[in-house]
Design a protein around this ligand. Sequence first.
Ligand code: ZN
Length: 340
Amino acid sequence: MHERYSRQIRFTKIGSAGQGMIRRKHVLLIGAGALGTSCAEMLVRAGIGKLTIIDRDYVEWSNLQRQQLYTETDAEDQLPKAVAAKARLSDLNREVKIDARIEETNTMTIEEQIQDADLIIDATDNFETRMLINDAAQKWKIPWIYGACTGSHGLTYTILPGDTPCLACLLGKIPSGSETCDTVGIISPAVQMVTAYQVAESFKILVEDFQAIRKQVIYFDLWNNQHTSLKVDNLKNPQCDSCCPEAAFPYLNHESSTKTAVLCGRDTVQIRPMPGMAIDMDALKQKLSQLTSNIRSNDYLLQVEIDDTRMVVFKDNRVLIHGTKDINKAKTLYNRYITG
Ligand SMILES: [Zn+2]
């Protein structure tokens, strides 16, 4: 076995056999923000076999304070996070196969995304996607690790289908809320604490040491010096529609995640393309350049600043309208400048 993993192999709970298992496993990371970049770096350095990263966004200056894989150049170039993360991770460990995708996780994409994954790590920022992950993980019997943080506090929990209560069983019983790092801010130690738990739990799952799994919800607040483990075994709901034997997986059939939406906690509306619609990026760039010179583009997206708004069009035809939470206003701008 390689010298590079010698200290991890010397740790007896992993050992040579465990390292071999880590090397053969595939982890799916949903989200490449603060939690995602931290988990990705640890997993890639640890020598997992394959890492798939799904992210729909691009690097902005406000990400650099805590999203550890990204550089000032990535923000200047507005690189999609999936692309920037892959470039950095490949520099860290060329032995790991990295599949980075500029995609959303929604009802239409998730079941394809999770195929072949041995483990799913939640690095998203919203409950809609988490409930979708929860249902898909239950349906396909893949362990997943929930993680969340805002301000100075964080929360994490490991879900083993067929064993632990699922997120739907717990919802309403665990601290949650509508706070996001865009509304209440965040300090990076809160991120690192959540991902330390997420990756430690990942290693246990990858080396199949299921006895060692922490079957408790962890909640901490680093500023207010709180650290709590909540026992949740007794919260498994035998009628839970996401994890009981006759589960209907309601969130996989939920329609809202395929429509226009205000992005969680942000002054941004995302408009998804209508089925069958295709935006010709070159033609759009040419059309817009007759209206303004405030256009920038790279291989993955096109940005235009016009009417006090900034719009970003991705190659998959999703459009982000920044500077508004008003869906009708966003749709008017979209119809005027993007599809009009
Ligand atoms: Zn459940």
